[in-house]
Design a protein around this ligand. Sequence first.
Ligand code: NDP
Ligand code: KPL
Length: 310
Amino acid sequence: MNKYKVAVIGIGGVGGYYGGILAQHFAHNDSCEISFVARGEHKYKIEQEGLKLELEEGTLVVHPHRVVEAPQDLGEQDLIIFCVKSYSLEQVCAQLDSSITSNTLLLPLLNGIEGIDYLQERFPEAKTLWGCVYIVASKAEPGVVKVQGKYNRLVWGHPNLPAEQLQRLQNLFQEAGINNELYTDAETKVWEKFSFISPVASLSSLTDKTMGELMGQEHLSSQLQQLMEELKKVAEAKGIKLPQELVAQNLEVVRKLPQEATSSMQRDFRSGNQTELENLTGYIVREGKEYGVETPLYSGLYQELKAKTV
Ligand SMILES: NC(=O)C1=CN([C@@H]2O[C@H](COP(=O)(O)OP(=O)(O)OC[C@H]3O[C@@H](n4cnc5c(N)ncnc54)[C@H](OP(=O)(O)O)[C@@H]3O)[C@@H](O)[C@H]2O)C=CC1
Ligand SMILES: CC(C)(CO)C(=O)C(=O)O
C-alpha cells in the first residue's frame, strides 16, 4: 500500500502540536509518512534531538520521518497542513507547485478567512478544506514547543468532498488521538472561530490584557461583545449565518482558555514582530466597507493598532 504522505508547514505553536502528535503516533507505522517543514536552528534541533513538545500532561519527544528546510523539498503530498502565520502563506505557496496534485488535500489551520480563500484560488486543482484550531501554544526555543492548558479543538471539513476522502482523514486524526470535529458546514464553524479570535486578538493586542483580564473588566468585556456584534453583521451581509447565541458562546470559549493566556497577535505586538493585523482586524473593516456595514469599534481599533505597528 502507498504511504499516505502528510506535510506540516510551520512548526511553531500550532504546527508543533498537531505535527508533533501525528509524528508521535505514526513514528513506527508504515502507513503514513509525516514531514515537517522547519528552518534554521529549529530544523537542526528537531533532526538531531527530536521535537520536544511540552504539554500539561508531560513532555513528549517526537521524531517526524523527515524534516525539510523549504516547502519545495517536499515532493508530492496527500495532505498539507498549513501552520504558518498569514503573512508567510504566499511565500510558502510559491514553493509548493511540485507538491500538489489533483488528489492533494490542503488544510489551513491559520486564524482567519482570507488564507482559505487564497489557497482555493492559488491551487484550484487541489482540494482546500476549511479548518481552524482552538489551542494556546508557542515555540519556546529552537526544538521546543509549549502548549498551555488542556483545551484544544481541531475543527475542519468540506461541503462536497467524497465521504471516503473525509473519512480517511478523520480516521487519521482519530487514530493519532487528535481532538477533531468534522463538519460539512465547516465554513460557518471557521467563521465562528473567527468571530471569537478576531475581537479577542484585536482588543488584547491593543490593551495587552490577558483572557482573564479582558473578561474581568466590564468595559473590556462589553467592547469584546460589541466587536463580536459588528463582526456578526459583516458575516451576515456576506451570507454567513452565525448562531443567534454567538456572543454568549464566544464569551464561554474565552472563559475556558487559561485565564493567564494571551493571544498570538498580542504576543507578536509585544515582541515587535510582524503581525496578522490585516488578516485578523483589517479584514472586517474592509469587508464592512465592501458590504456597507458600519464597524465603528473595529475601525477605531484597527487605526490604533496600525499606529502601533513598527
Ligand atoms: N499559537 C496559537 O496558540 C494559535 C495560533 N493560531 C493561528 O495559527 C497560525 C500559526 O500560528 P502559530 O503557530 O502561533 O505561529 P508561529 O509563529 O508559532 O509558527 C509559525 C512557524 O512557521 C514558520 N515558517 C514561516 N515561514 C516558513 C517557511 N517559509 N518555511 C518554514 N517555516 C516557516 C516559522 O518559522 P520561523 O520561526 O523560522 O519564522 C514559525 O516557526 C496563525 O494564523 C495563528 O493566528 C490559531 C490558534 C491558536
Ligand atoms: C485561542 C487563542 C487565543 C490562543 O492563543 C488563539 O487562537 C490565538 O492566539 O490566535
